[in-house]
Write a protein that binds this ligand. Structure first.
Ligand code: ADP
Ligand code: TRP
Length: 331
């Protein structure tokens, strides 16, 4: 039996190379492994809590789907779908709500952070909390349990949510008999954090130090030339412990990496180092950029892929719902 791997991608704006190496590339590698059945989806129900503008939600959902496809998700191998097109998610959300204690939800980091923020501002503790935020972990458990998921690839920040999904699956199985596979998280430690263009150790939208995956050539050149470097003279030896070399390493082969380290030791100018980085990244990203431009120009292709994926997902989801309803005495 193949193991099911599932993960949700929140449709929040543009992707950067930290996302690519931290989440997208490992996701694509898992999907290429014949031991796994992969389900990847755009988590638009979850995004309702953050994105309140109708058109922005639509645009972001399309953008994220086009981006993942351009990065190399193969919709034949992966069931690639839009969460809200599988409404069984919300039915399971309700069923699971009835085996989930409020106490478990009270412990969620995201909820607690909002309460602390309100308290610090002297507001009512629940002033910034709507039920979408409070119930977020149950909806996520529904996503996961609906597809008999074993492995959930996620970043460290989502670990608690997968633990909650485990608790909810166990609570259900205990009360109603074995119904759900108990999932576990899969946190890839391979690449670690990708540094930002300002030298901070994390590239992040919120730090304003990103290189978007689909930046144009000109934008890419500009971003790379703005990467912070030290003040050593052009002919002086350079340390490879810098953002520029760390970024180079990500895209380079072993040989390219060794050759560049040698040039650093011999004293490459920062201008030449930046030009080499630009060329390397641009060569790597340009086929992806082309695919991205294709999908942007053909939204109907993306929509068709998502529609087919959502249909495949629903077929599995319906079976799980049937099982859960029977177990609970609804049917
Ligand atoms: P951001 O910090 O830019 O808002 P997200 O929190 O939306 O990015 O991250 C989405 C995914 O990309 C997560 O799985 C996260 O682990 C990964 N990721 C984000 N930034 C980095 C980074 N600098 N290095 C490695 N992985 C990252
Ligand atoms: N909450 C996840 C995030 O913020 C997205 C997500 C929704 C998800 N449902 C999921 C991730 C199910 C893994 C499994 O990134």
């Amino acid at each position: 039996m193949k193991q099911v791997v599932l993960t949700g991608i929140k449709p929040t704006g543009i992707l950067h190379i930290g996302n690519y190496f931290g989440a997208i590339k490992p996701g694509i590698e898992l999907a290429n492994n014949p031991d796994y059945d992969c389900y990847y989806f755009i988590a638009d129900y979850h995004a309702l809590n953050i994105i309140k503008d109708k058109q922005t939600l639509k645009d972001n959902t399309f953008e994220m789907a086009a981006s993942w496809l351009a990065c190399g998700i193969d919709p034949k191998r992966v069931v690639f779908y839009q969460q809200s097109k599988v409404p069984e998610v919300t039915e399971l959300n309700w069923l699971l709500s009835n085996v989930t204690s409020k106490g478990l939800m009270n412990r969620a980091h995201a909820y607690k952070a909002m309460v602390e923020k309100a308290e610090a501002n002297g507001d009512d503790p629940d002033a910034y909390v709507n039920m979408g935020l409070f119930n977020y972990p149950i909806l996520m458990a529904a996503d996961i349990l609906l597809f008999n998921t074993k492995l959930v690839p996620i970043g460290q920040d989502q670990k608690q949510h997968v633990e909650m999904a485990r608790d909810i699956a166990k609570a259900f199985n205990k009360r109603y008999g074995y119904t759900f596979v108990v999932p576990q998280d899969l946190i890839s430690e391979g690449v670690g954090l990708i540094p930002g263009t300002d030298g901070q150790n994390k590239m992040s939208k919120s730090h304003n130090n990103i290189i978007p995956i689909f930046a144009t050539e000109q934008e890419l050149k500009k971003l790379i030339s703005a990467i912070k470097t030290d003040s050593s003279l052009p002919t002086e030896p350079k340390s490879t412990d810098c953002a520029l070399f760390n970024l180079y390493k990500l895209f380079a082969t072993e040989e390219q990496r060794a050759a560049m380290a040698k040039r650093y030791a011999e004293g490459i100018s920062w201008a030449d180092a930046k030009a080499a980085l630009f060329e390397l990244i641009n060569n790597y990203l340009s086929p992806m950029r082309e695919k991205y431009n294709y999908y942007k120009a053909h939204p109907e292709v993306v929509k068709q892929i998502l529609a087919e994926g959502s249909q495949r997902a629903r077929a599995v989801a319906k079976e799980t719902i049937k099982r859960a309803r029977l177990a609970m005495g609804l049917d």
